[in-house]
Write a protein that binds this ligand. Structure first.
Ligand SMILES: [Zn+2]
Length: 316
């Protein structure tokens, strides 16, 4: 049993560092320390994340306090693995531990209760703050309506702009809560489901037209028929869907600080049946597409898109 858990963990955390079999304790490079904090593509080599597969818990010795990197293995998989890992874990977990894995098919139950659409003008402080924040980012009422952007005056999402994500049946499959208060530490607040299992605004994608792969939700709003990866990594659900459904070109537009990730992504997609249909747009230094939209508007975005190009295999 235990070897199987180790195998599942290694599949998304990479090779283990130390393994004390008698204690059921195993360590890995922490994905939060390595990727989220240091921006490394590989592990930081420190092996700070310890997992105990007897107690089914994990903790990072470096960042657990500040980043909440501790909890059950179930949480670890939800945060950094995918649905398949969770399924496999549920199969190998002992009967008396099953309660630690609540509902594997768990999906979110609509938007937060306090969600209020921003398309109707209201006389309150939060409404004005939210609208001001969005208009600074060149997001006006047309885009607010198009994407059903909202906010909340109380509850967990108070002080945040809420971006709903719709699946292909028009149901909510995810949402993002972006704080408009610059003093808030946690910029984004998201629901408990893993972003690795969903395609943000899948229901809005036209698979027959050119598709743009972008990083964040503001990039997504600036660019029609784009999909935000909600990070620099393409999740497996989206990867499979692109390979099987994309009929036209797939254009990669990652931030200027993610050139390596963009090339990696190019290579990965170009070695599938999408070969020859992948293009890349190189961002001006220090920019993402949302910045271009904010500063130069639609025209600036279009101008940038015309620079999309293929990359020679020898340069990858
Ligand atoms: Zn850590």
């Amino acid at each position: 049993m235990s070897e199987l858990i180790v195998e599942i963990l290694e599949d998304f955390l990479g090779d283990s560092k130390k393994h004390y079999k008698e204690k059921c304790q195993i360590s890995f490079d922490c994905p939060v320390c390595s990727y989220d904090i240091k921006g490394l593509e590989k592990g930081d080599g420190k092996g700070n994340l310890e997992v105990n597969y007897n107690y089914h818990v994990y903790k990072c010795w470096a960042c657990s306090e500040t980043y909440g990197t501790h909890g059950t293995i179930n949480k670890l998989i939800r945060k950094h693995g995918n649905r398949l890992h969770l399924k496999q874990y549920k199969l190998v977990i002992p009967e008396n531990r099953k309660r630690l894995v609540p509902d594997i098919e768990h999906t979110i139950d609509g938007l937060p209760q306090e969600f209020t659409p921003l398309d109707i003008e209201r006389e309150n402080f939060d409404y004005k703050k939210a609208i001001t924040y969005l208009s600074k980012r060149n997001i006006g009422i047309d885009l607010i309506k198009k994407y059903n952007i909202g906010y909340a005056v109380n509850g967990d999402y108070k002080g945040r702009i809420i971006f709903p994500s719709y699946d292909d049946a028009g149901e909510i499959n995810y949402y993002l809560g972006r704080s408009y208060d610059k003093y808030i530490k946690l910029k984004y607040k998201n629901p408990e489901v893993s972003k690795m299992d969903i395609i943000f605004n899948e229901g809005r994608i036209n698979w027959d037209s050119n598709i743009y792969l972008v990083e964040g939700v503001f990039d997504h709003i600036a660019l029609p028929n784009s999909i935000p990866m909600l990070g620099k990594i393409l999740n497996d659900v989206l990867f499979k869907k692109l390979v099987s459904q994309a009929e036209a070109k797939v254009i990669i537009l990652l931030d200027s600080d993610a050139k390596k990730d963009a090339l990696k992504l190019y290579k990965r997609l170009n070695s599938t049946s999408l070969r020859g249909k992948i293009l890349i747009v190189e961002m001006p230094e220090g920019f993402d597409i949302a910045d271009v939209h904010q500063k130069l508007g639609k025209k600036g975005v279009i101008k940038l898109l015309t620079t999309a190009r293929k990359i020679k295999e020898s340069l990858l």
